[in-house]
Design a protein around this ligand. Structure first.
Ligand SMILES: [Zn+2]
Length: 99
């Protein structure tokens, strides 16, 4: 019972923390539970690493690199299209075409 309460308390704290950080806006959209993700065990290394990096915002999209130079979030525009919108993870996955 004691261990269960400690675990519940930790998960509540973890949930509050990930929901309060701007950097994790994308991450919290698909990380709802404090548990090991299935993809970790089923994907090949190169795909697991790529997906992990993408989920953790370890990439070079403007939404992240703009943060390094304190560029306002709304000014982190996509350079690959003429839509004039923020280059977020969602935009990259759904709208950017690679040659
Ligand atoms: Zn774009």
């Amino acid at each position: 019972m004691f261990n269960q309460r400690i675990e519940e308390r930790y998960i509540r704290k973890w949930t509050d923390e990930i929901n309060s950080q701007n950097k994790l806006t994308y991450y919290v959209k698909f990380k709802c539970n404090f548990e090991r993700e299935l993809y970790i065990d089923v994907l090949e290394d190169k795909f697991r690493k790529a997906l992990s990096k993408f989920r953790l915002a370890y990439h070079s999209l403007e939404i992240e690199t703009g943060r390094y130079i304190n560029l306002d979030r709304m000014e982190r525009k996509c350079k690959y299209c003429s839509m004039n919108i923020v280059e977020s993870e969602f935009h990259f996955l759904c709208y950017v075409k690679k040659n």
